[in-house]
Design a protein. Structure first.
Length: 125
């Protein structure tokens, strides 16, 4: 076996291990989000303060979180979260808008969950 073949084989094994780890982490996150109180979710979302984290990094990490919250939590919980951030005013409007029922309906309509998949095929990772 050539060095290139061995390298490709090793990279494929690393890729498979990373994919399995991500799937396990996603399942743990799903359980944690489903068990969390509104207050706990608010605390987690507060780490995405637009004043502290702007630009592509904020979008890259915040949007996948919101997508998962809409997939894993009920409408009442999401409404409670939206109310909390809407009450905080303009600095939190991007967060409140992401938690709005219209945004939730859009995300849920676009979320695919193939019959063979363990987890939904989230648009954003």
């Amino acid at each position: 076996m050539s060095d290139d073949q061995a390298r490709l084989g090793e990279l494929w094994r690393i890729r498979n291990a990373a994919a399995a780890t991500l799937a396990l982490c996603e399942e743990q996150m799903q359980r944690a989000v489903r068990e969390a109180s509104v207050e706990q979710l608010v605390s987690m979302i507060e780490t995405f303060s637009p004043a502290r984290s702007t630009g592509p990094e904020w979008t890259r990490t915040f949007e996948p979180l919101i997508e998962r919250l809409w997939a894993w939590r009920d409408a009442d919980t999401m409404a409670a979260l939206a109310e909390v951030f809407h009450a905080r005013g303009m600095p939190w409007m991007a967060v409140a808008n992401a938690l709005s029922p219209d945004q939730g309906a859009l995300l849920q309509a676009n979320l695919r969950h193939p019959a063979w998949a363990r987890l939904p095929a989230f648009a954003l990772t």
